[in-house]
Design a protein around this ligand. Sequence first.
Ligand code: BGC
Length: 446
Amino acid sequence: MYSSKINSKDFPKNFIWGVASSAYQTEGAWDSDGKENSIWDTFTNDKKFPNGNGNTATNFYHNYEDDIKKIKELNLSAFRFSISWSRIFPLGIGEPNQEGIDYYHAIIDCCIENGIEPWVTLYHWDLPQALENLGGWTNREIIDWFSYYADFCTKEYSSKIKKWIVLNEPMSFIGLGYFMGIHAPGKKGLKNFLPAAHHATLCQAEGGRIIRKNIPDAFIGTSFSCSVVTPKNLFRRHRKAAKRLDALLNRFFIEPALGLGYPTKDIPGLKRIEKYFQDGDEEFMKFDFDFIGIQYYFRIVAQYSFFPPLLFANEIPAKKRNVKTNNMGMEIYPKGLYKMLKKFSKYKNVKHIYITESGVCFDDELINGEVEDKNRIKYFKKTFVICSKAIKRGIKLKGYFVWTLVDNFEWADGFKPRFGIVYNDFETQKRTIKKSGYWLKSFLKK
Ligand code: BGC
């Protein structure tokens, strides 16, 4: 299946090849030009946080011109980035910050001048701290706050941006940030998870409606994390555990948007989310997205377990399974991407699919001015073969965004996981294109 002979000509002419990033992981300038703290600024600047912070990150705030030129140099044609909410509204709502607004105009203009199409994510995890102080995603008022922000951005950038992504991976920022407490804002437990999850679902749909209203010709999507979930073995209790994990990780946020409601039939314990429903919410959760973004990084092997209660399933860590892993300990399993594409394309109302992130992290090293990241090239070859096969079999896959351009701040894991196709020296901020970047460049050569 993995013939290494893959060519960009195997893809339709209008297939989008891009690169993705996010504000907090790259911008730095955390307290510059009127910006106030986001939850990630607070979380990582706390003495207890062990893995550095994004105060400078890759200094994209100042380096954006060079980085955007690199996108062009590598023959990629689209750049997905996110807007930092607290740059636009330092306190979440209220007075907008002109310097923040101008900054994103500058990025967008720079993309356009370089022939790169900007794709904007409204929310990639960096909630203004001022809103977290009022309960953040657990407070239903987030619908008003998010609408205010989304309305402003879509009016401000309407003439230049047509491609919009409402949320980045709600299961990640709600699960890790409001259930497990290992991402900002560090909250734990179902009492936080359930309301936060429901409000994210409502914002996901409302965000879509706001974009549609303000930019009638916009192409609107939202992105989902996904993982292939396989049972430890074929015993019924493990198979059922895998089904529950799959419902939680892969179906929980897309199905309400499609009008199917939360998959509580398969995870009855999560029926408690209905406690946070108000009249009309079932309708409110729906939005007819033009496309969905899927972001696949690893496979999960599930087993029955007494903990956590309600889910009664957990994951057998990759390191106990003797499989190939990336340097965050996740199994490298490109084949799973095909399964995910198939799974999401089966939903009746999914019109187009984009892989809005795909990549792999290693301990890349700069030796004599070069980074030999052969395993990343292998990963791309395998995933591209899978994508081309998926398209040939009728899956409406329309684009692929590499995660990511420049090695950046990988959330709770700090700077160790290097995902970039461009190496970054975090001391000097000097960029060096890795072998994978050059490989991609020649792959995309017209
Ligand atoms: C996130 C990115 C992150 C990547 C790699 C995705 O879940 O959207 O922000 O860097 O995974 O872990």
